[in-house]
Design a protein around this ligand. Structure first.
Ligand code: CA
Length: 228
């Protein structure tokens, strides 16, 4: 689950944020005080993004930010403030916040910020779970296996390495040289054709219709592109 810590002492604002996060597929973890927020983060170490109000009844939001940042350098932090002074922004960013939203904010504005930050910090999800999930595909980087719609697809080590390269670079055109270097290594002096041969085999295994591939598409005169 995509957990987001919501630290806000005003119940109405907190509920508003929580409802909107939940609607967008996040799992909000609520806190009304700084101490509660720090405790929640301890209980939920998989929280990836935190929204922190600044004016709180106990510790101020900047101090919470400082402590969260010290315990989890990768956490994404957005400060929520009613004040618009430039000083708040500076202080917030100095204490380790990644972004800043001024109240009152619209749900769209807040979610755009949360989504953007989540994308930036969520990239290491793979390290924790060992899994890369895209569309119907689930690549397990710990045991080097691939599933499509829950069914295991048997891959050679080379095919696995190509899949991993594609899934690490969605939407990016990769030249045949890129693929050769990444998968076979720079010291491999074979022919580029080996790339095409493996892609052809991979397509038969993973495409719905390998004669009309939709996941691994050909970039004419260049190479291949992965897309979901
Ligand atoms: Ca407040």
């Amino acid at each position: 689950m995509k957990k987001v810590l919501v630290l806000e002492d005003e119940t109405s604002i907190r509920s508003f944020v929580v409802i909107n996060l939940r609607r967008s597929g996040y799992e909000p973890i609520e806190a009304a005080t700084g101490a509660e927020a720090l405790e929640q983060k301890k209980q939920n170490p998989d929280i990836k993004v935190a929204l922190l109000d600044i004016m709180l009844p106990d510790i101020d939001g900047f101090e919470v930010c400082r402590q969260l940042r010290a315990s989890d350098p990768k956490l994404g932090i957005i400060m929520l403030s009613a004040r618009t002074q430039e000083m708040d922004k500076v202080t917030g960013l100095m204490t380790g916040a990644d972004d800043y939203v001024t109240k009152p904010f619209s749900p769209a504005e807040l979610l755009a910020r949360v989504d953007a930050l989540y994308r930036r910090v969520g990239g290491d999800e793979e390290l924790a779970t060992g899994e890369l999930v895209q569309g119907p595909f689930r690549l397990n980087t710990h045991n080097r296996t691939l599933e499509k719609n829950g069914d295991r697809i048997k891959l050679t080590q080379v095919e696995y390495s190509i899949m991993k390269l594609f899934m690490d670079n969605p939407g990016k055109a990769l030249s045949r040289e890129d693929i050769l270097n990444a998968v076979w290594g720079r010291n491999y002096f074979g022919e580029l054709k080996i790339v095409d041969v493996n892609i052809r085999r991979l397509r038969i295994k993973i495409e719905d219709d390998s004669t009309n591939p939709t996941y691994i598409t050909t970039v004419w005169g260049y190479g291949y592109k992965w897309g979901i």
